[in-house]
Design a protein around this ligand. Structure first.
Ligand SMILES: Cc1cc2nc3c(=O)[nH]c(=O)nc-3n(C[C@H](O)[C@H](O)[C@H](O)COP(=O)(O)OP(=O)(O)OC[C@H]3O[C@@H](n4cnc5c(N)ncnc54)[C@H](O)[C@@H]3O)c2cc1C
Length: 369
């Protein structure tokens, strides 16, 4: 079976790896570079922390477990940091919502524990606990973590190539599907070349619809803008992501920190570039410095703005589309968490013809009239 995977983000790379492993001849067509889309600009927190309904929660838990399981398969997974993560809330409304969430998570068997400020300090000595309100409600989720998404995608594709003979073509932009007798038989690129396949899997995230243009039904998307701020290497020993009110911070390798503030995303009505000296970057760094005083004197090194690939109802969309044989689409937010699990599930469906019950609630057909 010849399979084309369009897009080499975390999702396309995971699916390409598992489909190649299952015996298909896989070709990955990527318009720019591996991880050059949303995957390269992601907070990349692996979690099922607030992902109702239950089916979506379970899918995210499967993603977390699949990330951890890669260690057995690859020996070392330097892109995956299962560090746990911290979250605290202060306002009465947020505290109540967090308590309700933790009760639900525990009910669903998810590891989430309340801790005090002393334990917070033990876990993260660099955090100024005096800057955390005394009545803050703090939660530690030990099974969460974060991923270097581009390293992860690169590792999946390298393994797909070296172990299973997959072909990865960067700089090939797909402009539509090639159909014959109502069946998809390949993908056409911007140079007019047709890449033939028995099955085309569209993993182009926020570009999913423009990739296939009018040759396959659209997945309605409700994208939002994400704004990320990066420090230079600062030598701060932050060990795991933390989520304070309107502030998320995590290590980003080589001593850099990644910072985001939900409220700043709202300032972007559309995708606009910013420079490291912009007002939004200054605000993000100032918030982080209140909790990590060792950041004092650091300047913002980089800022990145991108679009989240979110299907209109917020949930993953994976599967064939009704009326278009030979075509399969996978587009989702939380893709960093979900990718390794979706790789297994999609490979099972497309190679062995099984309909995986885990994906039942997430079919593209829910959007098709
Ligand atoms: C600010 C922010 C924070 C996030 N935080 C988290 C988080 O904490 N945890 C989590 O799990 N998820 C998070 N996400 C979501 C996650 O990053 C995405 O769900 C995931 O990266 C999507 O991966 P993908 O492979 O589907 O898409 P992408 O990474 O966008 O990959 C699509 C690829 O397709 C290529 N492409 C596009 N058009 C074409 C074409 N016509 N022909 C060929 N190739 C094409 C692109 O170049 C790109 O490489 C976050 C996202 C953002 C923006």
């Amino acid at each position: 079976m010849n399979v084309i995977v369009i897009g080499a983000g975390v999702l396309g790379s995971s699916i390409a790896y598992r489909v190649a492993q299952g015996g298909a001849q896989v070709t990955v067509l990527e318009a720019t570079r591996v991880g050059g889309g949303t995957s390269g600009v992601s907070f990349a927190w692996t979690n099922a922390n607030n992902k109702p309904p239950r089916a979506y929660h379970d899918l995210n838990v499967a993603g977390m477990r699949a990330h951890a399981a890669l260690k057995d398969e690859f020996g070392a997974t330097p892109w995956f940091h299962q560090s746990g993560s911290l979250e605290w809330r202060v306002s009465p409304a947020e505290v109540a919502a967090q308590a309700e969430k933790v009760a639900r998570l525990r009910d669903w068997g998810y590891a989430a524990e309340f801790i005090d400020k002393r334990r917070l300090q033990e876990l993260e000595p660099e955090i100024a606990v005096d800057a955390v309100a005394d009545d803050a409600q703090i939660v530690f989720c030990p099974e969460e973590g974060w991923v270097d998404p581009v390293l992860y995608a690169g590792a999946m594709l390298r393994a797909a190539r070296q172990r299973y003979g997959a072909v990865v073509k960067s700089g090939v932009r797909v402009t539509g599907l090639e159909t014959r007798g109502g069946r998809v038989v390949g993908a056409r690129d911007a140079a007019g070349e047709v890449h033939h396949a028995d099955l085309v899997i569209n993993c182009t995230g926020r570009w999913s619809n423009e990739t296939v243009r009018d040759t396959a039904p659209n997945v309605p998307l409700a994208p939002t803008i994400g704004f990320l701020v990066f420090t230079p290497p600062v030598g701060i020993d932050l060990r795991r992501p933390f989520h304070a009110p309107d502030l998320d911070v995590r290590p980003d390798g080589a001593g850099r920190l990644m910072i985001r503030k939900d409220s700043l995303d709202d300032r972007f009505a559309a995708l606009q570039s910013r420079t490291p000296d912009c007002e939004e970057a200054r605000l993000a760094l100032a918030s982080a410095t209140e909790l990590l005083p060792s950041l004092a004197g650091a300047e913002v090194e980089a800022v990145r703005t991108t679009v989240r690939p979110i299907p209109a109802d917020g949930l993953t969309t994976v599967g064939p589309t009704r009326g278009v044989d030979g075509y399969y689409v996978a587009v989702t937010h939380s893709g960093v968490t979900l990718s390794p699990a979706l790789g297994h599930l999609v490979a099972d469906e497309v190679l062995r013809g099984r309909e995986r019950p885990e994906l039942e609630s997430f079919r593209p057909s829910r959007f098709q009239a």
